[in-house]
Write a protein that binds this ligand. Structure first.
Ligand code: GLU
Length: 281
């Protein structure tokens, strides 16, 4: 086992991000309860090791759309999207709440907009709330406040949001669960010569150029470019970041056991990192 993977075992505060497509059946758009249940069990198991756990979960808009039977084309309108998010976020939390309580854990909901970070007082309060919840042993579940956020105050994607959360709570590890194994030198869906990169010691221009705007999913918003943007924020804030495939959620304990899975971006703390700047980029 390499030295960096060995160090993953000792991480104490972990943010896990899961995308909409990882939580739903592709064919029907309904929740994939087996995946959700496995994810929750894995998170509870990490919590049971005495570590702090935060989940950043997408899926509100998609769940709402499904619940009120809105076809995808109509859900592009802002007010419809926001209405879907209001319905879906409640559904999402109800489902999580039930699953977490099966394992004796308490979940809490935190919905954020850019203003939560940009305004000093809001940021300070949000930080305190997270820390208080973690002290209580609660697992915060975070999403963008899609019902209220419009263009000016939206993060836009949960990859970025999860990195901001990792920075806000001084997490030492961020795990992005996605529909891809990790970072490739090019899009492996299009280029058969694309090489997999298990370790990124430093995010340089060469690595950043490997981001692709495309995403294989029709529900999430994040492609590889948003994941690399997230890596920039998380690593500068002092956290390691791993991109891993959510096809089998049990990958979480394997990662925490130090196994060489996904792409690991090493923390590269920037003394000048300032969280407020990260939302103003
Ligand atoms: N916040 C959105 C939702 O919960 C998803 C954004 C994303 O997947 O990046 O539906």
């Amino acid at each position: 086992m390499d030295q960096y993977r060995e160090l993953i075992k000792s991480k104490k505060r972990i943010v896990v991000k899961v995308g909409s497509s990882s939580l739903r059946h592709k064919e029907t758009g309904e929740f994939d309860y087996i995946k959700m249940e496995t994810l929750v069990r894995e998170l509870c198991n990490i919590r049971n090791q005495g570590k702090d756990v935060i989940l950043v979960s997408s899926g509100a808009i998609a769940a709402g759309r499904k619940t009120v039977h809105i076809p995808k084309e109509e859900a592009e309108k802002l007010s419809v999207k926001q209405a879907c998010a209001a319905v879906g976020q409640a559904r999402l939390m109800m489902t999580y709440e039930r699953l977490f309580s099966q394992y004796g854990q308490v979940a809490a909901q935190i919905l954020m907009t850019k203003d939560t970070i940009a305004a000093d007082l809001n940021r300070h309060n949000a930080h305190n709330t997270f820390i208080e919840l973690l002290k209580l042993g609660v697992i915060p579940i975070v999403n963008e406040n899609d019902t209220l956020s419009t263009y000016e105050i939206e993060f836009g994607d949960n990859d970025t949001l999860s990195a901001i959360v990792a920075a806000l709570v001084e997490a030492d590890l961020l795990i992005l669960l996605s529909d891809i194994d990790g970072l490739y030198t090019d899009d492996p869906r299009k280029n058969p010569d694309a090489r997999f990169l298990p370790l990124v010691p430093k995010l340089d221009e060469n690595i950043l150029s490997m981001g692709k705007k495309s995403t294989g999913s029709d529900v999430g918003t994040g492609g590889m470019d948003t994941k690399l943007h997230a890596a920039k924020i998380a690593t500068a804030a002092g956290a390691d970041m791993i991109i891993a495939n959510s096809i089998d959620m049990r990958i979480l304990h394997r990662i925490m056991d130090g196994r060489d899975l996904g792409t690991l971006f090493l923390a590269d703390r920037d003394e000048n990192f300032y969280l407020k700047d990260a939302v103003e980029d």
